[in-house]
Design a protein around this ligand. Sequence first.
Ligand SMILES: [Mg+2]
Length: 415
Amino acid sequence: MPELARFRAKHGAFEEANPNAISSILHVDMDAFFVSVELLERPELRGKPVVVGGKPDQRGVVSAASYEARKYGIHSAMPLRTAGQLCPHAIFLDGHHEKYGEWSDRVATILGKFSPVVEMVSIDEAYLDLEGTERLHGPPLAAADKLLRTITRETSLPCSGGLATTRLVAKVASDQAKPRGLVWVAPGQEQRFLAPLPVRKIPGIGEVTERALRALGIETVEQIAAVPLEKLEQIFGQWGTALYRKARGGDSYEFVIDAEPKSISHNHTFGEDTSDSNVMASLLSHLSQKACKRLREAGLAARTLTLTIRYAGFETHTRSKSLAEPTRLDSDIYRVFHQLFRTHRDPKRKVRLLGVSLSGLTHGNEQLDLLEAERRARLEKLTSAADRLRDRFGFGKVQFGGSLGSEGPEQSHDE
Ligand SMILES: [Mg+2]
């Protein structure tokens, strides 16, 4: 892979239109990349439904599908078996990832000739900034057209592009351009371009947010843009700030949350393997409180709780429990983790790592148990008061019972 520059999004204030903005951010995305690479050696399969990833009787998932296969509802990450049922006459091919990497490098080399500012964001897509490259390739629109033609000529691989003032709009534009197209969004037209699109077209908006927006009667980007910032933040927390900006075509690099979280995890590796139940119970309480705080900050509730126990010798066990209804309360969540721990831990073995993970995330407790409502309202008030204190004084200071100070180098991540 050639050395490519990375660049950050341009942060224009979208509320005040910038009269000097130019559409110079190009998003290049290869069309059905793995399939296209396979077809280089199997041109007779062109125009047919082709699925890459394995055979339909195998356990794996689809890693790419040709546009003809997509017409049958096949998409990547779908079980191969399902794809086989949807289109039994599709041609199923094994994937060759080393080969895809080589072709990706060839594409990256071409991109590097069009701008010093290229960021490959995955094996088959990249952002370029074409500002200041006029002398070599003409104005951005002409350069983008030339670039896409060059890729097709030199690699025989189909690709599409989107040219706009921001990365977000450029990415949506290249998606709209597929296959083999180029969509240019003129400066000032970002919001109008996005307005009629379904909310899922916005990068970062997944099933969870789509469901929450639909509950509010929101189906299109235009409808998100009509909601005041305060209301979005009230419902979605920090993610609401990002949504507000995204609906106007803005990048959201500066926000902590750029995409809806799929899970929230915290884990801790003990400095020395331990078999002390009290230490572990206390740590578990600490980890679940940290995870819960992040859950609430994102305006989410969790339905599925997963405990990870790694014993000395690296043998790792995970146990999950799904609740009847989603919760965001420390007490509910800790109770489940503690129960999972008591039931599944092997007391004869020393423990190296404990981890908690919250998934099955939703926005708000949509089906709140009415009898529980009052108790929950009181607890929510208490926990949000505790969150405010934690923000002021640091996390170690405010904890509920059972969690003794166990600040440590635990790692956390969103998947
Ligand atoms: Mg692609």
